[in-house]
Design a protein around this ligand. Structure first.
Ligand SMILES: [Zn+2]
Ligand SMILES: [Zn+2]
Length: 753
């Protein structure tokens, strides 16, 4: 090892754009390893940073000019590196792509407590412990707890045998030392869940592949294609497109087994992991080595433990929520993104990334296979498959001949009950519920509304006001009697009568799942009825408990919002009622139709998994609406063709690219003025670039979220390059730093409000 000083680049997990150069003096140069922690002075403080570059004195850039004085690091703690160069390249790419400081992105690579002080442990050397006579003599002086467990805290050992004896043992090669992070107890108490799902245990299923269920011919074909890709190695992306209940999981399992066989590791991303314990159980049941679980329901200590098990390859399979895309899996061979269309893969605050998109980037950098699985793929993924960038594999039939449910479309306009207290409980739906209860089976009633509805709909004919420029529904601003587009700012007077049928019965707010539940309890007093929405389930434990009761048939009728459609498998459901199918069609979002199709397809997929003859009812004001019609037949591709017409015409993704700039602050005038300024500067800058449109500025429909006023400017580009260039120019000219206004850049936005 050289005694000369080395030059290192250090990144700090703080919102800083740059990395900083430091000198590591000769006695530390041996410890200067990529990914390790350093304690270094930054400004007037001593901070924990991470080594992201090491140059030797012989490197030509060693003495290169630097516009600041290069300081020395204070120390390099002896714990193992936190990340590889590979992972650092990945995070740097993501930081650049999403316009966040690299220090902010770095934080997502680190386990909890990464900037805390670590403790030094003493370990028995590998070869010690075999019971040869001379060794027994040598280790006689060591405490039995160390011999038994193989490790103990250094300070405890020193208090037992003294410092010089310890040094002697290290010199003789009996013991080694290593620093390890530990989560202080106080930090752990802030953890949310007391009963994390990692206490799950194996239930059934075999570790022996010979005993796994036999595959259908389609599953065999899919497995063969993917196995060949894993065998040959390298980055290969797949879309596993299979109708609900087609058995995608069995294909995942074969792909995982193949990857492990090649001595590579696996990352499985699932949406809302804490809500879907049965998804995780499948993997536990099949793989003897176990799985690491990584999600927001874990306490910091549990997160650290899982992070370390993965980093040290104690487990070879990680099942994780979106943040798992940053896990330190150093020999990654396969990434699976289950339900790839799910919006929960998008992180909205802080570092707004999309884990589904990053999975493809990481797969490319790590030369791994990537499987995106869905019955209703996102348009971005499906279009990528059509253009040949992703290999599409179909699973067209339902697993084990499960029947597709019959879907009936029910016209809400016919119902005399609309507008009265009974809300969406139509006579046809009520008679279906009665039949289901008589057969001692279960019903799931789904209301796809959010807590706030901003659109205006005619109760008599179903008419909706839409923006003539953006084709999204207009937002109702009650105080000003105005209808406004929150993308382009178009506004019009809100008329008291329906422009189509002249009815005065416009809009009906306030019918939610709670009212539906109350009404059901009156109508079916002896049945067990519960509700699942953000109000009924305050935390994940409540949620899991309600779902568990439903699974055990302790509930006859469950009503709820989108939470009830997430991949839950309930065998005894024979009736699924969609109370107001077009509600989500009118969210002010260009993806409203795509989301509605996805959610209707997913919710009807809940029915009939048990091969019972089951019914699905779609209640709607617009029985002829193509989205409702296609969803009733689960005709994804026809729907895709239909919806792409609009997307293409207005250059929405996947035929154009979007970056949303959000502005928020305490002063309404400041935010509005900043948004207007940004809009006009943007219009000036965009002209020479070409292919760009600026929509807005306009107030966000959820104008006053969390006491803050919110405005937004939407940038649309036919090419990604010019769109990015525009944002870079805005940023470099300082237009994104506005006093008293917080500006966030959302690349490829999902949430448009
Ligand atoms: Zn009308
Ligand atoms: Zn508009």
């Amino acid at each position: 090892m050289s005694d000369a000083a080395v030059l290192i680049d250090v990144a700090f997990p703080l919102p800083l754009k740059n990395t900083f150069k430091y000198k590591a003096p000769g006695d530390m140069s041996g410890s200067a390893v990529f990914g390790k922690r350093v304690i270094a002075p930054l400004g007037k403080k001593l901070l924990t940073g991470f080594i992201v570059g090491v140059s030797q004195p012989t490197d030509p850039n060693f003495a290169s000019t630097c516009n600041y004085e290069i300081k020395e690091v204070v120390s390099i703690p002896e714990d193992p590196p936190f990340f590889t160069e590979q992972l650092w390249r990945f995070i740097s790419w993501a930081a650049d792509y999403y316009f966040v400081p690299v220090g902010t992105a770095l934080k997502s690579l680190l386990p909890p407590g990464a900037t805390k002080k670590s403790k030094r442990w003493v370990f028995l050397a590998q070869n010690v412990g075999s019971d040869t006579c001379e060794q027994r003599q040598e280790t006689d002086s060591l405490p039995s707890v160390l011999l038994k467990k193989g490790r103990m805290l250094e300070k405890d050992l020193i208090s037992r045998i003294g410092e010089s004896a310890l040094k002697d043992c290290i010199k003789r090669g009996l013991l080694t030392t290593q620093d390890y992070l530990e989560i202080p107890r106080t930090m752990d108490q802030r953890g949310r869940s007391k009963k994390p799902i990692r206490t799950l245990s194996k239930q059934n299923g075999s570790y022996d592949p010979a005993l796994w269920p036999e595959l259908t011919p389609c599953q065999v074909a899919a497995t063969n294609t993917i196995s060949a890709a894993i065998e040959s190695g390298g980055f290969q992306p797949f879309l596993l497109y299979g109708v609900t209940g087609s058995g995608k999981t069995e294909v995942y399992i074969r792909a995982i087994a193949k990857t492990l066989e090649k001595d590579k590791d696996v990352l499985v991303l699932v949406p809302e992991i804490a809500l879907t314990p049965q998804t995780v159980r499948v993997f536990l049941d099949r793989f003897e080595g176990g799985v690491a679980l990584f999600h927001s329901g874990l306490t910091p200590a549990q997160r650290l433990q899982e992070w370390r098990r993965i980093k040290e390859r104690q487990v070879r399979i990680a099942v994780a929520a979106r943040s798992g895309i940053f896990l330190p899996i150093d020999s990654l061979g396969l990434i699976i993104v289950d339900e790839e269309h799910d919006p929960s893969y998008k992180q909205e605050d802080g570092f707004p990334y999309n884990a589904r998109d990053l999975a493809l980037v990481r797969g490319m950098l790590d030369a791994a296979c990537v499987i995106l699985g869905s019955a209703t793929p996102s348009f971005e993924t499906f279009e990528n498959a059509r253009r040949g960038k992703i290999t599409r594999i179909d699973l067209p039939e339902r697993y084990h001949a499960g029947q597709m449910p019959r879907v009936e479309i029910v016209d809400l306009k016919d119902s005399k009950r609309i507008g009265d207290r009974k809300g969406f409980l139509t006579p046809l739906l009520l008679s279906h519920i009665q039949e289901t209860l008589d057969r001692r089976e279960q019903a799931l009633l789904f209301l796809n509304r959010r807590g706030f509805d901003t659109f205006v709909q005619c109760k008599s004919c179903g008419f909706i006001f839409r923006c003539p420029n953006c084709d999204i529904s207009l937002t109702h601003h009650k105080s000003k009697q105005q209808l406004r587009c929150h993308l382009c700012g178009y506004s019009q007077f809100a008329p008291p009568l329906c422009p189509k049928c002249a009815s005065a019965a416009m809009s009906f707010h306030g019918i939610g799942t709670q009212k539906v539940e109350e009404e059901l309890k009156k109508l079916f007093p002896t049945s067990r009825i519960e509700r699942l929405d953000r109000d009924a389930a305050h935390n994940q434990e409540d949620l899991v408990a309600i779902l568990e009761r439903f699974r055990n048939h302790e509930i006859d009728i469950l009503t709820g919002t989108q939470m009830i459609v997430k991949g839950h498998d309930f065998a005894r459901i024979s009736l699924v009622g969609v109370l107001y199918g077009d509600a989500s069609l009118h969210f002010p979002d260009f993806r409203a139709a795509e989301r509605t199709f996805q959610v209707l397809t997913q919710v009807s997929g809940r029915a009939g998994r048990d091969r019972r003859l089951s019914s699905v009812l779609f209640q709607t004001f617009d029985t002829e609406h193509p989205v409702i019609r296609y969803a009733a037949r689960q005709a994804y591709e026809e729907f895709f063709e239909y919806e792409c017409e609009v997307r293409r015409e207005l250059a929405y993704p996947p035929f154009g690219h979007l970056i949303l700039i959000r502005l928020e602050g305490n002063s309404e005038t400041k935010v509005e003025q900043a948004a207007i300024r940004l809009g006009s500067v943007g219009r000036m800058l965009k002209a020479p670039l070409g292919g760009l449109t600026i929509l807005g500025p306009a107030p966000s429909p959820r104008k006053k979220a969390g006491g803050k006023y919110r405005w937004q400017v939407l940038l649309k580009g036919t090419t990604r390059e010019n769109l990015r260039r525009l944002v870079q120019q805005l940023r470099d000219a300082g237009h994104l730093n506005q006093p008293g206004v917080k500006v966030t850049i959302d690349v490829d936005p999902i949430e448009m409000m």
